[in-house]
Write a protein that binds this ligand. Structure first.
Ligand code: ZN
Length: 491
């Protein structure tokens, strides 16, 4: 029995020892594993860390890359970074990462690459969709380019902004730019070229063309040009008839369309006219003396051409109001018209202050006429006419004396019995035409007063002549044998 108790005690002690040994072995293994772990610190971050320009360099990329201890809840590794990174400047920065745990240290060299991968931005001024008319020159509204790193790089933008606007259709302008890191940006603008412009029709010989009655009418010629289609002369349609056996105005119409359907139209007036025959005899009581005062001036040349066309001779009562046109006095005489004296100065205050003053002015004008035509004039017209009352302001009774005095000096004076109203009553060509025609109708012999320094009045002459010839009137210049028209003297 006693022996049994002793065996029981031995067996318990043996088990205790075995347990203690086991615990010791386990603790030793744990200690060894832990020590081995602690001796291996790994820095697992990449050799090169890329950082976008302008953003922060996030060091946590490195911290989280270290290896955690197996049993610790917390990573007790300390990390230190040696070296600086400037994210405001592109480039590669070398830094040293040092990881420490207890007395163990591990280090790694890491390159931090600060890069710019952001493309610039191109901004187009105005609309990116533009419509322009064919033929107009294209002017780009402008653009600008900005980069996050380089700033304003507008001068580096490339774009072909040459557009042939004679071609109808759409053109896309591509604007491109690269920043210093090679990031590229694009922008587009669409330009629509439309053609709403009709061709131009050009009439050789102008839009008024004269054809003498009885002669043959030949088309004077024309051309047509379109901005897009170029020369379209052969597409012009001409319509209208001219009857050269009858005087009058005829209209010829020219039309043409371009390939965009824009139609152009032009008209030419053909005037079939009949000049006064050279041997106009026996005018009877239908005589018209057209007279023109106060010239010559800028419209006198045009008037001479109209008169030539109709073979009508008139009388010019000239002044020296526009000395630059003095040479036209010679032309008037050469072309068969009568040159007569009006006044050198046409200054009432000067010429009507005395008889002598009047003749000084008259002689001054006559000298100019002699210089231009080679001979003295023998017909005069008083400024304001012999019936004027304005002279009373400067010299009472002077007109009564002058009407005699000029005749004593060998001149004949001539007033008028038809006034065109062009001295102030009207500035309308058609009114001048009406006034003159009405006046002629109410006289047997008409002496018509017009002024060739008035353009609208000169423009009335053609219609007056056409009417007069068609009504059987004869137009004549005043000569020394013409019966003069005299107003009643009022001063
Ligand atoms: Zn006058």
């Amino acid at each position: 029995m006693r022996k049994l108790v002793i065996d029981m005690k031995k067996r318990w002690a043996k088990g205790l020892i075995t347990g203690l040994v086991m615990i010791f072995i386990i603790l030793t293994i744990v200690f060894i594993v832990k020590s081995v772990r602690d001796s291996k610190i790994e820095i697992r971050c990449p050799d090169t860390i890329v950082v976008e320009y302008g953003s922060d360099f996030d060091e946590s990329v490195i911290k989280t890359a270290t290896k955690k201890h197996l049993f610790d809840e917390k990573d007790k590794t300390d990390i230190e970074i040696e070296g600086d990174v400037d994210v405001t400047k592109l480039g590669k920065y070398e830094i040293k990462v040092v990881a420490s745990r207890k007395k163990k240290h591990v280090s790694k060299n890491v390159v931090v690459d600060v890069v710019d991968t952001q493309a610039p931005v191109i901004s187009l001024a105005c609309d990116s969709d533009v419509t322009i008319e064919a033929g107009e020159s294209y002017e780009d509204a402008g653009f600008s380019a900005n980069d996050n790193y380089d700033g304003d790089i507008t001068d580096k933008v490339e774009a072909d902004i040459q557009i042939d606007t004679r071609i109808v259709g759409d053109t896309t302008i591509v604007y491109s730019v690269k920043d210093s890191s090679g990031n590229e940006a694009f922008a587009e603008r669409i330009v629509h070229v439309v053609d709403t412009t009709a061709p131009g029709i050009f009439l050789d010989g102008g839009d008024v063309y004269y054809v003498k009655k009885g002669s043959e009418y030949k088309e004077p010629g024309y051309s047509a040009v379109d901005i897009c289609d170029g020369d379209v002369t052969d597409k012009v349609c001409v319509s209208g008839d001219v009857d050269t056996e009858n005087t009058g105005r005829y209209t010829i119409t020219y039309t043409v369309s371009d390939s965009s359907g824009n139609e152009a139209r032009a008209e030419r007036t053909i005037k079939v006219y009949m000049p006064m025959p050279d041997n106009a005899v026996n005018p009877g009581d239908k005589v018209v003396y057209l007279t023109f005062d106060d010239g010559p001036g800028p419209y006198t040349d045009k008037l001479l051409d109209i008169l030539d066309r109709y073979n009508v001779k008139v009388t010019f009562f000239v002044t020296n109001g526009k000395p630059d046109y003095q040479n036209l006095i010679a032309k008037e005489a050469q072309r068969g018209h009568t040159v007569a004296i009006h006044s050198a100065s046409h200054d009432y205050a000067r010429i009507y202050q005395s008889i002598d003053a009047y003749f000084d002015d008259l002689n001054e004008m006559n000298d100019i006429i002699i210089a231009q035509t080679g001979k003295s004039a023998d017909i005069v017209r008083f400024p304001g006419g012999s019936s004027n009352t304005i002279s009373r302001r400067y010299c009472r009774g002077i007109m009564s004396q002058l009407v005699c005095a000029v005749q004593e000096h060998g001149f004949r004076y001539c007033d008028w019995n038809v006034s065109s109203g062009d001295a102030g009553a009207t500035t309308s060509t058609s009114q001048v035409v009406n006034n003159v025609i009405d006046g002629i109708k109410s006289n047997n012999v008409s002496i018509v007063l017009q002024h060739d320094i008035k353009n609208f009045s000169v423009d009335a002459v053609e219609q007056i002549i056409e009417w007069g010839l068609s009504e059987g009137y004869t137009f004549l210049p005043i000569t020394s044998t013409t019966p003069m028209s005299h107003h009643g003297v009022n001063n």
